[in-house]
Design a protein around this ligand. Structure first.
Ligand code: ATP
Length: 312
C-alpha cells in the first residue's frame, strides 16, 4: 500500500465565468468543489491506477470534514490528523481563457500538533501494509522548515522509501540532511531555485547540474520538463525522456500525476524504462484533461509506446 502526505490540503473551488467583472457582483452557476493540495492530486491518480492508497496529513474544521467525506465517497482511504485550525479554501476563477487564483495560506500549526502529527505519521509508516510514502506540497505555517527531514528520518527508521515533491527552503533542508528521500521530482524552475542560478532544459547542462554534491545519495532525480518530457538521473545513469506531441487542455497538476506514476512504478518494482514511461504518460494524460489530478487511462498504452527513453 502507498501512503500519501498532504500537510496543507484545501477545498479547491472553481468558478467558471464568461467574463470576470471587477468591483461589482459576479454570479456563478456551475461551481465545483474538490479536495485539493498536491498530495491529494497524487492520491486521486493512484486510485485511478487501482493502486492501494491511503492519504494522510493535517486537516481541521468543517472544510476538513468535507474533504474526508468527499474522499470516502470516491472510495479513497484516509487517515488524517485533526488540528484546531481550519483547512483552507483555494479559489480558481476561470474567465476568458484565463485562470485567476485566490489562495488562502491555511492554518497555523501549534507546537503540540506538530509533535503529535509525527507520532501519528510514525504509526502509519511502521504498519506492514505501507511500502512507500509520497510526500507533496508546501508546509503550513507553524511547522519548522526541517519538518520533512524529520518525517523522512521516521521513514528511514522503518526502511520505507520516500518520493518527495516539494520546493524552496523545505527541499534544500532535506537535501542537506543525513536522511534522504529515494526520489525527488523538481522542474527546472525549482532546480534553478535550489542551486541559485538559472538552469535550462539542455540535457548536457542538466547532467552537469545533477552531479552537484547537493544531490549526492539521492537515488532518483527526475526533472520534469513539461512538453519536453523529462531528464532523469538514477544512481550513475542518466536518461532523457522524449514525449510525443499531445493536445493540451490543462497542464496544472501534471507534475503531481507524474509523482503518482513514479510512486506506483516503484511500488511495483518496475524497471528504469517502465518507471520513466509510466511517470511521463501520467503527466501527459493529466495535461490532456480539464480536471486536475484526473487521467483518462484509455490512451495509456498508446502513449506508453510512444515515449522515447535515451540513456545518455
Ligand atoms: P505542476 O506544478 O503543474 O504539477 P510541473 O512543472 O511539476 O507541473 P511538468 O514538467 O509541467 O510538471 O509536467 C510533468 C510531466 O507531464 C512532464 O514531464 C511531461 O511528461 C508531461 N507534460 C506536461 N505538459 C506537457 C505538454 N505540454 N506536452 C506533453 N507532455 C507534457
Amino acid at each position: 500500500m502507498i501512503l500519501t502526505v498532504t500537510m496543507n490540503p484545501s477545498v479547491d473551488i472553481s468558478y467558471p465565468l464568461e467574463k470576470f467583472n471587477l468591483d461589482t457582483v459576479n454570479r456563478v452557476v456551475k461551481v465545483s468543489k474538490t479536495p485539493g493540495g498536491k498530495g491529494l492530486n497524487v492520491t486521486r491518480v493512484l486510485k485511478q491506477l487501482n493502486d492501494e492508497v491511503v492519504a494522510t496529513g493535517l486537516i481541521g474544521g468543517a472544510l476538513g470534514t468535507d474533504i474526508q467525506k468527499k474522499l470516502l465517497e470516491k472510495g479513497i482511504k484516509n487517515n488524517f490528523f485533526e488540528i484546531s485550525g481550519e483547512t483552507r479554501n483555494c479559489i480558481a476563477i476561470l474567465h476568458e481563457g484565463n485562470q485567476t487564483e485566490i489562495l488562502e495560506k491555511g492554518p497555523t500549526i501549534t507546537k503540540s500538533e506538530s509533535d503529535n502529527f509525527l507520532e501519528h505519521f510514525e504509526k502509519l509508516v511502521k504498519s506492514k501494509e505501507i511500502k512507500i510514502i509520497a510526500i507533496s506540497g508546501s508546509l503550513p505555517d507553524g511547522l519548522e522548515i526541517n519538518y520533512y527531514s524529520k518525517m523522512i528520518e521516521i521513514c528511514e527508521k522503518y526502511k520505507k522509501s520516500v518520493v518527495l515533491d516539494c520546493s524552496g527552503k523545505a527541499l534544500l533542508e532535506v537535501l542537506k540532511n543525513e536522511y534522504k528521500p529515494k526520489v525527488i521530482k523538481p522542474n527546472t524552475e525549482e532546480l534553478s531555485q535550489l542551486i541559485g542560478k538559472d538552469v535550462s532544459k539542455n540535457p548536457d547542462e542538466l547532467k552537469k547540474v545533477l552531479k552537484d554534491k547537493l544531490f549526492e545519495k539521492i537515488e532518483w532525480i527526475i526533472v520534469s520538463l513539461g512538453a519536453d518530457g523529462a531528464f532523469a538521473k538514477h544512481n550513475d545513469k542518466f536518461y532523457k525522456v522524449n514525449v510525443p506531441n499531445i493536445k493540451v487542455v490543462n497542464p496544472v497538476g501534471s507534475g503531481d500525476s507524474t509523482v503518482a506514476g513514479i510512486t506506483s512504478a516503484i511500488h511495483e518494482n518496475a524497471s528504469d524504462q517502465d518507471l520513466l514511461r509510466k511517470a511521463n504518460v501520467l503527466g501527459m494524460l493529466n495535461a490532456m484533461e480539464k480536471l486536475t489530478g484526473f487521467v483518462n487511462l484509455e490512451n495509456y498504452d498508446k502513449l506508453f509506446n510512444e515515449v522515447e527513453i535515451l540513456e545518455i
